[in-house]
Design a binder for this molecule. Structure first.
Ligand SMILES: [Zn+2]
Length: 127
């Protein structure tokens, strides 16, 4: 949280920067930010302490939630080792679908081959 406060880059890029924090890829960065209700273009240095705490909690809860689902999938399905199981994700690659929290249409922007998905009602850019 302290390092994030001094980070001026967009929060989505910071989360997927493996030198800042290891282990979060593009898909789960979208999910974590949706869970935290933070717009992916917000800058780390502009987040309030409440928002930074929400982000930290969302990282933990999103991965705890996803790990459980993935474990069940591994048990129940003939699991393809190279296949990434993403049917459970809530905003990632769901452009045009309703937000599972509020029903607003999920938006998508692609940059450098990576898609950023978010709900503008749940994750407003301006405060
Ligand atoms: Zn929403």
């Amino acid at each position: 949280m302290r390092r994030l406060a001094s980070h001026r880059g967009q929060i989505k890029n910071t989360l997927t920067n493996q030198r800042f924090i290891a282990g979060i890829g593009n898909a789960y960065a979208n999910e974590v930010l949706w869970e935290a209700r933070l717009h992916p273009h917000r800058r780390g240095s502009t987040l309030s302490e409440v928002e930074r705490r929400a982000l930290y909690r969302s990282m933990r809860s999103t991965f705890e939630w996803a790990i459980q689902i993935l474990r069940e999938e591994v048990r129940e399905r003939l699991y393809q080792r190279n296949e990434e199981w993403r049917a459970h994700l809530r905003v990632h690659r769901r452009t045009g679908e309703p937000c599972p929290r509020c029903g607003e249409t999920v938006r998508g922007q692609t940059s450098g081959g990576r898609e950023t998905n978010y709900c503008l009602r749940c994750q407003p850019l301006a405060l």
